[in-house]
Design a protein around this ligand. Structure first.
Ligand code: C5P
Length: 300
C-alpha cells in the first residue's frame, strides 16, 4: 500500500488490485442456496487495477473507464457501504478506480477491486478489523473476493470463499515458475449463466493441489480441467480457437479462466510468451503477459 500524506488531514492510500486465473475448476454440486460447491486453484497474476482512497465528506466514486457502472451496484461502492455499516460509521471517502483488467472475463477484477477497497478503507477509517472479520465481509461481496485478501496461490472450496494456501512439495508457498499470457476475446460471459450451463460432477476428480504443485505442464494439459470450458466454448467457439491458438504459440498448457471469457496460456519460455502476446495484441485482443507474481510485461 502506498501512503501519501500531503498534509495532516489529507491522506491518500493507493494499492494495486491484481487479477487471478484459475488452474483447474471443478463444479462439484448445486447447493440448496442456489450456489455451487466447487474446488479450484486460484493464482494471482500481475495484471492489476489500482484503487485509491482519500477522505471526503460523502461517498464518492470515480473510474478511469466510463463504461463501468459508478452507482451503488459497483463493487467498490458496495464494499465501502458494507464496511461502514459493519463499523457503524458514515461511509465517507472518495474512491478512484484505475481500471486495467477487463471485466466479464473470469479474471476476478471486480472482486479484487472490492477486496482492495475493504483493506484501504479499514486503514483510512482506522478500524483495525481482524483478518477473519474482513474475510467475512469480503465473502458477502462475492465468492471470489476473499481470495484477494490472502496468499498469491490458494486452493478454494465451498463457493470459492474457503481457502487454504497452496503449498509445494517442500511445504513452501507455491510459486508458479512459468510465464503467463492472458487473452481477452471481445465476449462477455455472465457468471450466473455459466453456472446454469454446467452439469456438476462429484467423482473421478484428480487431486488439484498435487497436480498444480507438480508444475508438469504435460500433466496439466492432460489432467487439469475447467468445467466451464465445454459449455462456454459450445456457445462461444471463438474462445476455443483462442485456446488452440495459444497452444499453437508454444504454451505448454492453455485454458479459460473461471467462467470466461479470458483464456490464458502458460509458457515455460518467456520469449515465446512475449511473442505470443505481441501476436494477440496485434490481432486486436486485450492481452497481458508476465509472471504469476507481478513483473508484468505489457505487449506493445
Ligand atoms: O458470488 P458471486 O456474486 O460472484 O456469484 C455470482 C453468481 O454466480 C451467483 O449469483 C450464482 O448464481 C453463481 N455462483 C454459483 N456458485 C458459486 C459462485 C457463484 O452458483 N460457487
Amino acid at each position: 500500500m502506498r501512503l501519501n500524506q500531503t498534509s495532516s488531514d489529507s491522506v491518500t492510500l493507493r494499492q494495486n488490485a491484481p487479477a487471478k486465473i484459475n488452474l483447474g475448476l471443478h463444479v462439484i454440486r448445486r447447493r440448496a442456496d442456489g450456489y455451487h460447491d466447487l474446488e479450484t486453484v486460484f493464482l494471482r497474476i500481475g495484471w492489476a487495477d489500482t484503487v485509491t482512497v482519500a477522505p471526503a465528506d460523502t461517498l464518492r466514486f470515480s473510474c478511469s473507464d466510463p463504461a463501468l457502472p459508478a452507482d451503488d451496484s459497483n463493487l467498490c461502492v458496495r464494499a465501502a457501504r458494507l464496511l461502514a455499516g459493519h463499523a457503524g460509521i458514515p461511509a465517507r471517502a472518495s474512491i478512484h478506480l484505475e481500471k486495467w483488467v477487463p471485466y466479464g472475463a473470469g479474471l476476478g477484477g471486480g472482486s479484487s477491486d472490492a477486496a482492495t477497497t475493504l483493506v484501504l478503507l479499514d486503514t483510512l477509517w482506522q478500524l483495525g478489523l481482524d483478518a477473519a472479520t474482513v474475510h467475512k465481509l469480503a465473502a458477502r461481496l462475492g465468492s471470489d473476493v476473499p481470495f484477494f485478501l490472502g496468499p498469491a496461490a490458494a486452493y478454494g472450496t465451498g463457493r470459492g470463499e474457503r481457502l487454504t494456501p497452496l503449498m509445494d512439495a517442500a511445504d513452501a508457498p507455491y510459486r508458479c515458475p512459468f510465464t503467463i499470457v492472458v487473452v481477452k476475446p471481445n465476449v462477455a460471459v455472465g457468471t450466473a449463466d455459466a453456472y446454469r450451463w454446467i452439469v456438476p460432477k462429484e467423482t473421478e476428480r484428480p487431486d488439484l493441489r498435487a497436480l498444480v504443485a507438480g508444475n508438469d505442464l504435460g500433466r496439466w494439459r492432460r489432467e487439469l480441467v475447467n468445467d466451464f470450458e465445454e459449455p462456454v466454448f459450445e456457445r462461444f467457439p471463438e474462445l476455443r480457437t483462442v485456446r488452440e491458438g495459444l497452444l499453437g504459440d508454444g504454451a505448454g498448457y492453455a485454458a479459460m479462466s473461471g467462467s470466461g471469457s479470458a483464456v490464458f496460456g502458460v509458457f515455460d519460455s518467456s520469449e515465446r510468451a512475449h511473442q505470443s502476446a505481441s501476436r494477440w495484441t496485434q490481432a486486436g485482443y486485450a492481452c497481458w503477459t508476465g509472471s504469476a507474481d507481478g513483473a508484468a510485461r505489457q505487449p506493445l
